[in-house]
Design a binder for this molecule. Structure first.
Ligand SMILES: [Zn+2]
Ligand SMILES: [Zn+2]
Length: 352
């Protein structure tokens, strides 16, 4: 349903959509809105392929056709009459959210990802002005309010930087909140899309970084990413040796697993932050009492912290390790992503 006050549609856009739940992603034409005064239009060059995209096409999607994609890089081609911080030709990025209520305390603090009225997601969300479904970055154009558009820092490759807008900020925010830095011992569970950036960021922040993986094959890769140590989490003996070591563990595992050995690795007042957010946790509350440990989670980051993260990544030359794919390779990429067979992020090349 589109209300009568809807912003007119004026921008023919070629995208890639799942036409129905669970369906393949296929070419699909639609129109983006005409610019409102605060809008910026991007010609999209790259878009990261996130696990969320898979889940949205599968169980989470609200409305189909669904155009995924929330790790967007592109070039500004047009700006609205009230926009002064972007101009045509600027390289820009858009992440997981494109609007929020702007009035609640988290919004006022620039933590729009925690908007109490729920932020508008970059795709499959509902636009707050005209009620239309948002459509994501698997397309050649995007139109968004400049408040949620970021400048690509000079010196960062646009394709490799695009995943920073989801995987990057999702790991940066908890690392900052729980004070990863010199003197802190930080664990990163899972060396995948989120984990590989988490390792790089924690290392650059000055923490002692330990990667946990179930795959012996990933041990060397984790070291190359910056981990000081690698622990094979399937090895009970190695796990027992980690007891009371960690101030923070970033856990990227998306499935339920027996967490007690991991919780035991937390030191006094340590926190395990679940970024994989499984359906439920399998843990013994006694494991929390012993050591006053916490299990927490974190939901990406707002505009203030995203800008800070981009500056940090530019300073430390941190981007994602990517495999560039064309739209015709999407189906195969989804299959590999579902199996965790990617080093470490697919990025869709939309230049042609
Ligand atoms: Zn994502
Ligand atoms: Zn809000």
């Amino acid at each position: 349903m589109t209300p009568p006050s809807a912003t007119p549609l004026s921008r023919p856009t070629h995208g890639y959509a799942a036409l129905e739940r669970g369906g393949p992603v296929v070419p699909w034409a639609f129109q983006r809105r005409a610019l409102r005064p605060h809008d910026v239009a991007l010609k999209i060059t790259y878009c990261g392929v996130c696990h969320t995209d898979l889940h949205s096409i599968g169980k989470w999607g609200q409305e189909f056709p669904l155009v995924p994609g929330h790790e967007i890089a592109g070039e500004v081609i047009e700006v609205g009459s009230a926009v002064s911080d972007f101009k045509p030709g600027d390289q820009a990025l858009i992440g997981t959210i494109v609007d929020s209520c702007r009035e609640c305390p988290p919004c006022k603090a620039g933590m729009e990802s925690y908007c109490r009225a729920y932020p508008t997601t970059t795709y499959d969300g509902v636009d707050r002005v005209d009620g239309r479904r948002t459509r994501g970055g698997y397309s050649d154009h995007y139109v968004a309010d400049h408040h949620f558009v970021y400048h690509l820092p000079s010196g960062l490759d646009a394709a490799a930087a695009s995943p920073l807008l989801c995987a990057g900020i999702t790991t940066y925010s908890p690392l900052k909140h729980w004070k990863a830095g010199p003197g802190a011992t930080v664990g990163v569970v899972g060396v995948g899309g989120l984990g590989h950036i988490g390792i790089k960021l924690a290392r650059a922040m000055g923490a002692h970084v330990v990667a946990f993986t179930t795959s012996a094959k990933k041990a060397e890769a984790a070291t190359e990413l910056g981990a000081h140590e690698v622990v094979l989490s399937s090895d009970a003996k190695q796990m027992a040796a980690q007891a009371f070591r960690f101030d923070l563990i970033l856990d990227t595992v998306a499935t339920t697993y027996a967490m007690d050995p991991m919780l035991k690795a937390l030191t006094l007042n340590g926190t395990l932050c679940s970024l994989g957010i499984p359906d439920k946790f399998d843990l013994s509350p006694m494991m929390l009492a012993m050591g006053r440990r916490s299990v927490a989670s974190s939901g990406t980051g707002g505009t203030v912290e995203t800008k800070e993260m981009l500056e940090f990544c530019a300073k430390h030359q941190i981007v994602a390790d990517i495999e560039l794919i064309t739209p015709s390779q999407l189906a195969a990429a989804f299959q590999r992503l579902a199996k965790g067979d990617v080093k470490y992020r697919f990025v869709l090349d939309l230049q042609n």
